[in-house]
Design a protein. Structure first.
Length: 73
């Protein structure tokens, strides 16, 4: 999703929500963006928990992202 959302408010919202969701995972330390689609997480969080957190962000923005892509495709 991050590769295709290149305008605010969706791009910024995705980035903010993803960082907050990942840092909120038990065992996660700092979170940093390495690339548009890559976030680095320090600490010892569960991989499954990180995936669930990231999926929740994507799911939460899916409807708006689809509308954006349909309009800007």
């Amino acid at each position: 999703m991050a590769e295709f959302l290149r305008e605010d408010p969706l791009e910024g919202e995705l980035r903010e929500r993803m960082a907050a969701a990942l840092v909120g995972v038990a065992g996660a330390g700092e979170v940093a963006e390495d690339d548009r689609e890559v976030w680095l997480v320090t600490g010892s969080p569960s991989g499954e928990a990180l995936i669930r957190a990231a999926a929740g962000v994507v799911d939460g923005l899916a409807h708006r992202a689809r509308a954006y892509l349909d309009a800007h495709g």
